[in-house]
Design a protein around this ligand. Structure first.
Ligand SMILES: Cc1cc2nc3c(=O)[nH]c(=O)nc-3n(C[C@H](O)[C@H](O)[C@H](O)COP(=O)(O)OP(=O)(O)OC[C@H]3O[C@@H](n4cnc5c(N)ncnc54)[C@H](O)[C@@H]3O)c2cc1C
Length: 307
């Protein structure tokens, strides 16, 4: 599958652009599931100013999709039309600020935020150790684990909208709910400031070790997966509903419901995105038949099916 090459026209209309534009860039290698087709154009902006310049000049009819570390994504087999934005080194800065705060670029892996907080004896951010995404993904997903959630620790986030305007969002402006962010869909987050509290580095380290041990014991973290597939309904655990519906180990093509944690789907090696998505839909149907509950996808699915 290849898309028409938009890069020469984009370059010509944006002479001062500094970031990288790549036509038909395979995306599978940029996701945990390792499936899916290419981006019509992958854009890696140099910094926030470059991102704003690009978005301000991008024709309005070209769709834009942002990805982070691809740990919560299924890229469909036909690829993603339009521009896929992935933030790189220019968004990788991390700084400890006064008042037990950490400011981090949106491309900084969550684990690095947790480690920087530990080094600075800042408590309250250790839960980020358990989320294998980057700051931008945590902001958009309200990522959380082990009793902590992004909304609990966010002071403010910065981002650029589809017209290239830069905005700052206070935590309340993010309209957070469980695994949901109500900030406008077109915002590409560029950085965030997190609030912790004075703590003890050794105790924070011990907490992070506990998170690591617990994840290794309960999640297939060495597999090609997308983490929790479905949101937990308000009064139940998704994995229990999936288990009760007899889906543990269920297989479609090269995709399987993890035997270790049955809210995780895994690519056994040769899965297509369609296998994984069909498996997820099969699980939803079985759970609906068994318990009457409509499971809602937590994993984001982007792009188009193979034509
Ligand atoms: C083994 C494993 C364990 C996991 N455990 C947890 C867990 O305990 N808790 C939890 O919450 N999640 C968990 N996840 C899911 C995932 O890690 C989180 O959702 C994470 O926050 C996604 O971040 P990412 O950078 O990988 O984003 P991606 O998966 O690349 O994208 C996810 C969403 O965020 C958007 N996005 C990404 N970056 C930006 C940006 N800069 N601006 C705007 N939007 C953006 C994308 O458009 C997409 O909608 C797990 C995943 C795996 C594979």
């Amino acid at each position: 599958m290849t898309f028409p090459d938009l890069v020469p026209d984009l370059r010509a209309s944006m002479p001062a652009l500094r970031g990288r534009l790549v036509a038909n860039q395979p995306l599978a290698e940029l996701t945990w599931f390792r499936v899916g087709g290419p981006a019509q154009v992958l854009f890696i902006p140099e910094d926030e100013e470059d991102l704003a310049y690009f978005l301000a000049r991008l024709p309005r009819d070209i769709p834009v999709t942002t990805i982070g570390l691809g740990s919560n994504l299924i890229v469909r087999d036909g690829g993603v039309p339009g521009v896929v934005i992935r933030l790189g080194r220019g968004f990788g800065e991390i700084a400890v600020e006064s008042g037990s705060r950490i400011r981090a670029g949106a491309a900084v892996p969550d684990v690095k935020v947790a480690r920087a907080a530990q080094d600075a004896s800042i408590a309250g951010l250790a839960f980020l150790r358990g989320i294998p995404g980057a700051v931008g993904g945590a902001l958009r997903m309200n990522g959380g684990a082990y009793g902590g959630e992004t909304r609990d620790v966010l002071v403010a986030a910065r981002g650029v909208d589809r017209t290239g305007a830069v905005h700052t969002f206070a935590a309340a402006d993010m309209h957070y709910a469980y695994r949901h962010c109500g900030a406008p869909e077109d915002i590409v987050f560029t950085s965030a400031t997190f609030q912790g509290a004075p703590g003890d580095a050794a105790a924070i380290g011990a907490e992070m070790d506990k998170v690591t041990e617990s994840r290794e014991a309960t999640q297939p973290i060495k597999s090609r997966t997308g983490g929790s597939t479905f949101k937990n309904p308000s009064d139940r655990k998704a994995w229990q509903l999936i288990d009760a519906a007899g889906c543990r180990g269920l297989t479609v093509g090269g995709a399987q419901v993890s035997r270790m944690h049955c809210n995780f789907l895994i690519n056994l090696g040769g899965a297509s995105a369609a296998d994984i998505e069909m498996l997820g839909e099969a699980v939803r149907r079985r759970v609906k038949d068994d318990s009457g509950v409509d499971l809602e996808w937590e994993i984001k699915r982007i792009g188009v099916a193979q034509g």
